[in-house]
Write a protein that binds this ligand. Sequence first.
Ligand SMILES: Nc1ncnc2c1ncn2[C@@H]1O[C@H](COP(=O)(O)OP(=O)(O)OP(=O)(O)O)[C@@H](O)[C@H]1O
Ligand code: NI
Length: 498
Amino acid sequence: MDRPAADAGRRHRERGAAPAAGHRDRRALPGQRRRRGALDRPDALDDRRSHRAVASALAAAAPLHRRRDLRRRVAVAGAAAAPAARRDPAGCALGGAARAARGVARDGVELPRPRAARAHGQHRQHPRRRPSRGAARSLVDRAVPVGAAGGDHAGRLRHRRHLARHRRAPPTIGAGAVSTPEALLELDDVSVRFRLGRSRGDAEVRAVTDASLSLQAGHVLALVGESGCGKSVLASSLLGLLPANAQVKGHATVRAGGPVELLSASEAVLAGSVRGRRIGLVPQSASTHLTPVRTARSQIEETVRELRAGAGADELAERVGLRPRDLDRYPHELSGGMVQRVAVALALAGDPPVLLADEPTTGLDRPLIDRTTDLLAEAAADGRAVLLITHDLAAARRVATDVAVMYASRIVETGPAAEVFADPWHPYTAGLLDALPEGGFRPIPGHPPVLSDLDRLEQEWGCVFCLRSPDRPGFAPCSGVPDLVRSGARRVAAHAPC
Ligand SMILES: Nc1ncnc2c1ncn2[C@@H]1O[C@H](COP(=O)(O)OP(=O)(O)OP(=O)(O)O)[C@@H](O)[C@H]1O
Ligand code: NI
């Protein structure tokens, strides 16, 4: 890993420390101030250690009363819930990360104490939690058949030990400038809130919080996370497609073809020079975006005319692997995979340097998913920057060069896909991977928080990921909203060890 600039981590935090106007000032959180102070120590920046070890050092530096308060709240919550025998699988699901952190001991860093193995069973719902929309639609719920979590535990442990043995060396934390010379799209602290109106007591949904991303030519960046975490809202904000009750803050610049500041651009600019021209969109459920009474060809030709683009319909069809005669069919005469290809052809019609694909593989079977994601990879290979929004980690793993993991409106981990998938640093990323068949089909316990409650939850708890399974063995809550710390090309929310 390249040696990062010594003050880069500090610079990043300083930038992040200026919250978007109108948002709650994160600097006001006591835990936040402590975190910064601890990370700003030169020794903290220079040490080779995992973010978990850094986080545990930070947690140790936090005044004891604050940690005691949190522990007491957690203990009370746990006591009011279910008997200890109904342990959730998360202790294990998230334990791989802790094991990885223990591996750091070889390098002489003080680590969280190992914990004893516990019985596994059903997760206990946190009593504070309300049922959420995301709950019913969570990635993990969909990916894991009922009862799968109770399978061959010894086998899964062997598998996890094997994974732990092959984890990479601990990272250097706290510094590192990510150079993005070819960034075609740059997002800087983008935040989106929805006002729910008087009838809902002036409540707000915090859909995206301080999202910073960089999309480079030739890269596929996969934005992953469970349903409802804010992925689509983030993409829609870039194209000016949010409803009137949305408040958008931050900066997003598309650089190709002359820079355009997307979040402050007028509708005329977005319609005339961004949508379809600088940024193409492959929408979720493409079939509903096609007019049923017109052939694919007439719809592609209309788009080409509208965008005054050079490519003909047959050429676009060929580019996405359709035969010219397929274009003479009506949408209902095309298979799901072919409709998806028509959608990609439409997105490519104006030859945009940036492609946003929002769940482009929804409803497709695995071979069609592979073919569609391969198309996106080809678009990137042609020099485009592609943002692939998906809750399908297998699809992301297949084609992504980079990955950003989103949880409850915040990006909690980003980096080169191969590195993040092989060695996730944030327990949420590790949990998503564990929910895959090859990860042991182990669901993340609990549910994501309700986004209209995020302000209160973060003020009360700091890190809302901790809330997800507060009764798991070895639980130690974060003492504030974790900062994103940078190490080489990776960034991760400095979460306390779980
Ligand atoms: N117009 C709106 N008004 C209020 N809340 C909204 C609005 N649009 C979206 N939301 C909320 O914003 C949050 C993020 O939604 P978003 O569609 O971005 O999720 P997602 O991560 O793309 O999930 P999915 O996989 O379901 O598409 C959700 O909680 C959703 O209910
Ligand atoms: Ni936490």
